[in-house]
Write a protein that binds this ligand. Structure first.
Ligand code: 6PG
Length: 236
């Protein structure tokens, strides 16, 4: 049975500290239990301060040589573009991690090839004959429309069950995206979902009241092998 834990946090600093600690603890637990940790991280703005806390407070504690880092999603821009999820994480944190293994999405090839090759990489690295690799941790945010990863409301991507990695081309987005799908997010052993702000808080309270899957975030369902499902919600 999954221990879903929801924590409401009043201050920005406390939010970043709590999420950073949970990420590090989950990585270390996976390394102790399984000899390594394979995690997928999100982009956007929420992770920025959290990555800074990990760099400042936890780098010495982390066995980064046993850590494999992938992406939940990526904007289809070059890695040195200011909005590159890889670029942001690498600049703040990853370049400081000794011997960490990093697997960014290749955005120098066509977007179709980028998604296909990332899925092939996952299948190879996770020895998954089927399509669904099982991450030790996926770290997710939520947009103010209830999207997570690059899985947006009212799109066919929400019900994809036979792919691990897809392309996302929506006119409302500044960039095309590559994204993991819900079967992958739901097969992770641990999930950390972190967001803050009144609009997102309202979405959270709304989804507690109704089960109609209006928002993509409601498609997150822990699987039988789930170890933990931690929600950190900033009330500021
Ligand atoms: C991305 C993220 C995305 C993010 C939400 C929330 O590439 O943008 O992976 O899923 O988690 O959009 O973004 P903010 O943290 O910027 O609100």
């Amino acid at each position: 049975m999954t221990n879903k834990k929801v924590v409401f946090i009043d201050s920005f600093d406390e939010f970043n500290l709590s999420v950073a600690k949970k990420i590090v603890d989950t990585i270390q637990y996976s390394i102790e239990k399984r000899g390594k940790a394979s995690i997928a991280i999100s982009g956007g703005t929420t992770p920025i301060e959290i990555f800074k806390v990990i760099k400042e407070k936890y780098l010495v504690k982390l066995d980064t040589e046993k850590l494999n880092i992938y992406w939940v999603d990526e904007r289809y821009v070059s890695h040195n573009h200011p909005d590159s999820n890889f670029g942001i994480a690498n600049d703040i944190l990853l370049r400081h991690m000794k011997k960490v293994k990093i697997f960014p999405v290749d955005t120098e090839i066509s977007i179709t090839d980028a998604a296909y090759q990332y899925e092939q990489l996952l299948m190879m690295n996770f020895n998954s004959k089927k399509v669904v690799p099982k991450f030790d941790l996926v770290f997710l945010g939520m947009g103010s429309d209830g999207h997570t990863a690059s899985l947006f409301p009212n799109t066919d991507q929400l019900s994809i069950s036979d792919k691990a990695v897809i392309t996302v081309k929506l006119k409302q987005l500044n960039y095309h995206r590559i994204s993991l799908t819900f079967p992958v997010l739901n097969s992770a052993k641990n999930r950390i979902i972190a967001f803050y702000g009144q609009k997102k808080l309202k979405i959270y309270s709304e989804i507690q009241r109704n089960y109609h899957k209006k928002y993509p975030i409601q498609h997150l369902n822990p699987s039988s092998i789930s170890e933990s499902d931690s929600w950190f919600i900033g009330k500021f």
